[in-house]
Ligand binder design. Structure first.
Ligand code: BJW
Ligand code: ZN
Length: 253
C-alpha cells in the first residue's frame, strides 16, 4: 500500500493516459466539484463540506425547502454571492483545449457543477446535469430566468405570479432535466474514452454514467486528488490536483 504517489509512477500514468486519449475517437468528460476546487469553490464531501453545520443532504432537498425556505435561500444566496469572486482554473482551460482538438461532434462535457465555470473558461457545449446556480425558477408558474450577480431577498418572489422562486438546481429526490440527461447518456453509450474528473462518484444518476461507459467498452480515466468510488473500475487513475494533471496530460498529447 502506497501512501504517496511516486513521481515516476505518476509520469508513467500521465503518458498512459495521453496514449489512450490520442487513440480515442469520441470523448466524454464527467466533472464534479473537484474541478472547481482550485478556483476556491468548496466541495460537498470534503473536510469543509459542511455549511453552518448542515450536510448537503439537509439543505439541498425539496423537503428542506418546504420546511425552511429561508435557511435554504441563505445557503444559495451565500453561494450566489461567492460566484462573483471566482474564476476558471487550468483544469477548466485544459477541457476547453480538448473540446477544441476533438471538435463538438466527438467531444462532450458533462458536469455536475452548477457554478458555470466551464462556460466561463470557454467550453462551448456543456451538459449541466444539476442545473445552474445563477438561474432561478418559480415554484408555481413557468417563470425561469438567469439572474447572475444579483442579490436576492431572503424569500424571493416571482415577478409574474408573486409565489416563491427557487434556485434552478437539482436537489436530492428530484429528477434531472430529462433532455440533458438523455444527451449525456447517449454520448456516453457511444464514447470510446470516458474521463472522470474531480467527483466522488457517489451521487446518482450522474455516477451511473461511469458504469454505462464501462459497459460499452470505453477506456476510463480518472483525475482526482484521491481515490474514489470509481477508482476500482478505471483503466488509468491519476491522483493529484486536476489543475495540474489535466494540463499535463494535454501537453503530452
Ligand atoms: C479534487 C480536487 C482537486 C478535490 N483536483 N480532484 C442510486 C443509488 C443510491 C442512491 C440513489 C440512486 N439513485 C438516486 C439516488 C438518490 C440520490 C443519490 O444519489 N444519493 C446518494 C448520495 C446516495 N440521487 C438523487 O436524489 C438524484 N435524483 C434522483 O435520483 O431522482 C430520481 C428520484 C425521483 C424521486 C424520488 C427519488 C428519486 C438527484 C441528485 C442531485 C444532486 N444534487 C447536488 C446538489 C446540487 C445543487 C447544489 O449544488 O446545491 O449536486 S448534491 C451534490 O453532489 C451536487 C453535486 O453535483 C453532487 C456530486 O458531488 P461531487 O461533484 O462529486 O462533489 P464531492 O464533494 O462529493 O466530491 C469532490 C471530489 O473532488 C472528491 O472526490 C475530491 O477528492 C475531489 N477533489 N479537490 C481533483 N484539486
Ligand atoms: Zn411564478
Amino acid at each position: 500500500m502506497h501512501h504517496f504517489v511516486d513521481c515516476g509512477e505518476q509520469e508513467a500514468a500521465i503518458n498512459q493516459a495521453a496514449d489512450i486519449l490520442r487513440r480515442a475517437d469520441r470523448l466524454v468528460v464527467l466533472t464534479g466539484a473537484g474541478v472547481s476546487a482550485e478556483s476556491g469553490v468548496p466541495t460537498f464531501r470534503g473536510s469543509n463540506g459542511l455549511w453552518e453545520g448542515h450536510h448537503i443532504e439537509e439543505v439541498a432537498t425539496p423537503e428542506a425547502f418546504q420546511r425552511d425556505p429561508k435557511l435554504v435561500w441563505r445557503f444559495y444566496n451565500m453561494r450566489r454571492a461567492a460566484l462573483a469572486g471566482i474564476q476558471p482554473n487550468p483544469a477548466h482551460r485544459a477541457l476547453v483545449e480538448l473540446e477544441r482538438r476533438w471538435g463538438p461532434a466527438r467531444f462532450t462535457l458533462v458536469t455536475q457543477n452548477i457554478d458555470g465555470l466551464h462556460q466561463a473558461a470557454g467550453s462551448q457545449r456543456v451538459l449541466e446535469l444539476h442545473g445552474r446556480l445563477s438561474r432561478v425558477r418559480c415554484t408555481a408558474c413557468r417563470y425561469i430566468a438567469d439572474r447572475p450577480g444579483e442579490s436576492l431577498p431572503e424569500l424571493p418572489r416571482c415577478p409574474e405570479c408573486d409565489e416563491l422562486i427557487r434556485p434552478d438546481v437539482v436537489w436530492f429526490h428530484e429528477m434531472l432535466p430529462q433532455d440533458i440527461w438523455l444527451q449525456a447518456a447517449e454520448r456516453t453509450t457511444s464514447c470510446s474514452c470516458f474521463l472522470v474528473v474531480g467527483t466522488s462518484a457517489v451521487v446518482y444518476p450522474a455516477a451511473g454514467l461511469i458504469r454505462m461507459a464501462r459497459d460499452v467498452g470505453a477506456a476510463l480515466l480518472e483525475f482526482n486528488i484521491e481515490r474514489t468510488a470509481a477508482s476500482r473500475s478505471v483503466d488509468v487513475g491519476l491522483y493529484g490536483p486536476a489543475g495540474w494533471l489535466l494540463p499535463e496530460v494535454v501537453r503530452h498529447l
